[in-house]
Design a protein around this ligand. Structure first.
Ligand SMILES: [Zn+2]
Length: 250
């Protein structure tokens, strides 16, 4: 079995987890995604697939970490006008995160990194972490600065030679590129449609709902997306996040 497969906790046996812990693995990366509409071209799993892939890559980059099963549904109330979206209340997401952290802590993991890949999950993560951190031995690192995350993605997309000015991401070129890199078979490449263009404050998205802003569920234009650009984005976010984790350990 390749190591790249073995960092995914859910594909390991309990014996292998026990061995990893006794070999000194202390860190678990937990992606926190969503199941929600991503326009006519991307699957509902976009954010969950991204969280799954990103946590796997970060664990590999660190070399001494595992990737937990990604938390698939998130807080997507603002996408509920679009069929297929499955949203859970913030309290449920927070309780799920608490269950993950308490379980991992009990097994002896010392460092839990929360990686949200859906905008609606950042605030619940920031809410639940402080008190939870005080009640378990493991340290919890939420990488939950949405502006910083978007900045990395937008900078890297521009660096890849693709003009990109949108700062709120949803089902546009950046997410489409990431999905093309993860699993091109899940991208409906003949259904690319331009959505709402121009900046939208996140607060408006959350309070008015996506349907009030974009009829097809897309922000921006997916057309510039390429698998190569998606690969660069995944590499860059992985490096930045792994560096943040290592910096905190130092
Ligand atoms: Zn998304």
């Amino acid at each position: 079995m390749q190591f790249s497969e073995t960092v995914r906790m859910e594909s390991l046996t309990t014996t292998e987890i026990e061995r990893a812990l006794s070999d000194g693995v202390r860190t678990v990366i937990v992606g926190v995604g969503s199941i929600e509409q991503h326009g006519p071209q991307l699957p509902l799993s976009m954010d969950a697939s991204y969280g799954d892939e990103l946590s796997r890559r970060i664990a590999l980059e660190l070399g001494d970490a595992l990737a937990a099963p990604v938390i698939r549904p998130g807080c997507s109330g603002h996408h509920m006008d679009f069929p297929g979206t499955i949203s859970i209340p913030p309290e449920t997401l927070m309780a799920t995160i608490e269950g993950y952290c308490r379980s991992l802590d009990e097994h002896g993991f010392g460092e839990i990194v929360l990686v949200p890949t859906h905008g609606g999950n950042f605030a619940p993560i920031q809410t639940v972490v402080p008190e939870l951190s005080r009640s378990i031995d493991a340290s919890i690192l939420p990488i939950a600065d949405i502006d910083a995350h978007m900045e990395i993605l937008c900078d890297e997309f521009s660096a890849a030679g693709i003009e990109y000015e949108q700062t709120v991401l949803h089902a546009g070129a950046i997410e489409t590129a990431i999905m093309l890199a993860i699993d091109a078979g899940l991208v409906n490449t003949d259904a690319f449609e331009v959505g709402h263009e121009g900046d939208v404050p996140v607060s408006t998205l959350l309070s008015d709902g996506m349907a009030a802003i974009t009829e097809n569920g897309v922000l921006g234009d997916p057309h510039p997306a390429t698998a190569d650009a998606g690969e660069l984005l995944l590499d860059r976010v992985t490096e930045e996040y792994a560096a943040m984790i290592e910096e905190r350990r130092a």
